[in-house]
Design a protein around this ligand. Structure first.
Ligand SMILES: [Zn+2]
Ligand SMILES: [Zn+2]
Length: 150
């Protein structure tokens, strides 16, 4: 089954607990399987899903993002209580970004304007129709079909 990437984007006001549970079950993973993939204790996953863990440390956060194939920014945004609009301000280098992978955090820090590696101006929207990038796990713009990568 191929999941739509947007299904795994956090909803407005969604808690970390319900988001992790939703992302995990949509991938068909048990808590134990998710914990193994993320390199954390199964008990930690249980605590997150029961709402006992509100903030994630760097390591488990990266592990969970990797295990769920989501950008770390999704988890950051949820922990900070940001809305999907803020999450949607994703930026990438049209030269260096590998479509279908999470963007380098160097591109998505709010102050970055140019690629740290090649100096190209970063993009946060489709170069063709100018719609904001909904998810960098899409290779093509869902509005006009143009590839995000130039
Ligand atoms: Zn670049
Ligand atoms: Zn477009």
């Amino acid at each position: 089954m191929h999941l739509s990437e947007q299904d795994l984007a956090p909803s407005i006001g969604e808690s970390l607990a319900s988001y992790i549970r939703r992302a995990r079950t949509s991938l068909g993973l048990s808590q134990k399987e998710l914990a193994e993939r993320a390199g954390i204790h199964a008990q930690s996953v249980g605590k997150i899903e029961r709402g006992q863990t509100k903030r994630l440390k760097q390591e488990p956060k990266r592990g969970l993002a990797h295990a769920l194939s989501i950008p770390v920014e999704f988890l950051d945004a949820i922990c900070l209580g940001r809305t999907v609009d803020a999450i949607a301000a994703l930026r990438f280098c049209p030269q260096c970004w590998v479509p279908g992978t999470a963007p380098d955090p160097m591109w998505t820090t709010p102050r970055s304007k140019y690629c740290f590696a090649c100096g190209t101006e970063l993009c946060d929207r489709c170069s063709n129709c100018k719609e904001p990038v909904a998810s960098l796990r899409f290779r093509f713009c869902p509005y006009c079909g143009k590839s995000y990568k130039t």
